[in-house]
Design a protein around this ligand. Structure first.
Ligand code: ADP
Ligand code: MG
Length: 238
């Protein structure tokens, strides 16, 4: 569970060919980072995988099955939005439980899954609080908790830390990496931050104008960049 293959995936918005054609294999359990400058198509590619946008061409295969035409909820993936996507009037418990309630899961199972997720994310003591009573990092963990309870075959993150400040960002990077080690679930993580890519990824996908410039481990990209774009991008942290 958790393998994703893109075959000649393309996306056109009006006249703009935002993604000309992408082939990519993501293996079960991998931590894959999509990195590239603003506007290069990272979010679009993630949204295509999630099913939040329809492809203009090509095929998306998830766990061996053609998912190109499947609705987002049928793909077995969980998208983690930035922490401000929490429901402010609901407790942490109800925020995490929300997708399970929507899916009609019975109460005992919801309670068990929320308890398990809270334990993994160190939120056990915060379940009855409202989002505004939490720190930025705790809110981010609640957003992740809402994804965990659905036991997805992959987590999709779109710049989840971009509205957190310096020290907290570093902390959350570590927490997400640790979560990946614990759950061993495929994660696709979008960022424009080279440091984030280099420190978190098993595999980095460097994007430029909707094309893949190079795919490789952080070490491979650093020691054998295929071209000047990759060398410049990976070699020059902000
Ligand atoms: P990134 O996440 O790498 O910053 P995006 O995937 O958001 O880049 O955007 C890539 C390009 O596609 C940009 O030029 C953006 O303006 C364009 N784009 C994204 N979504 C839409 C849309 N819904 N309609 C038209 N153009 C879009
Ligand atoms: Mg984006």
């Amino acid at each position: 569970m958790g393998s994703i293959t893109l075959q000649k995936v393309s996306k056109v918005f009006g006249e703009a060919k935002v993604i000309p054609s992408i082939d990519l294999d993501i293996n079960d359990g991998e931590f894959v980072v999509f990195v590239g400058p603003s506007g290069c198509g990272k979010s679009t590619l993630l949204r295509l995988i999630a099913g939040l946008e329809d492809v203009s061409g090509g095929k998306i295969v998830i766990d061996g099955k053609d998912a190109t035409e499947k609705a987002p909820s049928e793909r077995g993936l969980a998208m983690v939005f930035q922490s401000y996507a929490l429901y402010p009037h609901m407790s942490v418990r109800n925020n995490i439980a929300f997708p399970l309630k929507m899916a009609g899961v019975d109460k005992a199972e919801i309670d068990r899954k929320v308890t398990d997720a809270a334990r993994v994310l160190n939120l056990t003591d915060y379940l009855e609080r409202k989002p505004r009573q939490l720190s930025g990092g705790q809110r981010q963990r609640v957003a992740i908790g809402r994804a965990i309870v659905r036991q997805p075959s992959a987590f999709l993150f779109d710049e989840p830390l971009s509205n957190l400040d310096g020290a907290l960002r570093v902390n959350m990077r570590l927490e997400i990496s640790e979560l990946h080690q614990q759950l061993k679930t495929t994660m696709i993580y979008v960022t424009h931050d080279q440091v984030e890519a280099m420190t978190m990824a098993d595999k980095i996908v460097v994007l430029n104008r909707g094309n893949i410039e190079q795919v490789g481990s952080p070490l491979e990209l650093y020691s054998r960049p295929r071209n000047l774009f990759v060398a410049g991008f990976i070699g020059s942290p902000k």
